[in-house]
Ligand binder design. Structure first.
Ligand SMILES: *Cc1c(COP(=O)(O)O)cnc(C)c1O
Length: 236
């Protein structure tokens, strides 16, 4: 289903959920293994609430300050929050306790900082390792050749648990162009899983955004991060 301008947030949530179901069917996968992370950066609390009323249950934010204030305002809402943006090491302390999952751990140093801060608060933080699947010089994330060495080091840290991998392929005109990168992330996850590393579970693949989440599901995504297709284009 293609969105039209008259559609409400609730209409779009239903469209995206139905597209997710159809992509899962095409791939012969159970839709229960695919979770929608609705990306709410720059979206007003009012519109986020419309999305929650329409059934969204996981919200993703990429800017820490904005996220913290929304989490506070919406603290009664039956939703979980994920952090999906670049996390600066000096901000690590403020991230603890707010998010069920941090998708974007992109260096060993950040892993060490997270472990220290979560440990100090007596918590356990679930994370994904972000992979720079296209080896773009402008983008963060582990290089494919580095992650095999980094995963065991981060996995050994007692206060964080690696649940899987995340990637943001380059922005394309056609969703199909992302497919090889999604496939690459999936293969990397399987390789890491075969290593049976302590503290490394590898059950989650966070891949696919508004333009290519259906292709990502066909290639094995368990978490799709969708903003524009639900809330409309962002000004900033
Ligand atoms: C903004 C953002 C998204 C959502 O992008 P859309 O194209 O609006 O769906 C997904 N992942 C990350 C990391 C983002 O920053």
């Amino acid at each position: 289903m293609e969105p039209s301008l008259k559609d409400t947030v609730a209409d779009r949530v239903q469209q995206v959920l139905s597209n997710i179901r159809r992509a899962a069917d095409r791939a012969g996968r159970s839709v229960q293994h695919i979770r929608l992370v609705a990306v709410t950066k720059t979206v007003t609390v009012d519109r986020i609430q419309q999305g929650i009323d329409a059934g969204l249950s996981i919200l993703g934010e990429s800017r820490l300050q904005e996220a913290a204030s929304k989490i506070d305002v919406l603290k009664q809402a039956p939703v979980r929050w994920h952090f999906i943006g670049h996390l600066q090491r000096r901000k690590v302390r403020s991230v603890i306790g707010l998010f069920d999952l941090i998708h974007s751990v992109d260096s060993i140093a950040l892993g060490l900082d997270l472990n220290r801060c979560t440990g100090a608060l007596g918590r356990l933080q679930d994370i994904l390792l972000e992979v720079n699947v296209a080896n773009e010089s402008t983008k963060g994330g582990f290089r494919i050749e580095d992650i095999i060495d980094a995963a065991p080091v981060i996995g050994m840290l007692p206060h964080i648990r690696i649940k899987g991998l995340m990637a943001i392929p380059p922005p394309w005109t056609h969703a199909e162009q992302s497919r090889p990168y999604f496939r690459r992330l999936k293969e990397l996850g399987l390789r890491l899983r075969d290593l049976n590393l302590p503290g490394v579970e590898m059950d989650e693949l966070s891949m696919g955004m508004s333009q290519d989440y259906e292709v990502a599901i066909e290639e094995g995504a368990t978490l799709v991060r969708v903003g524009t297709a639900i809330f409309g284009a962002r000004d900033v």
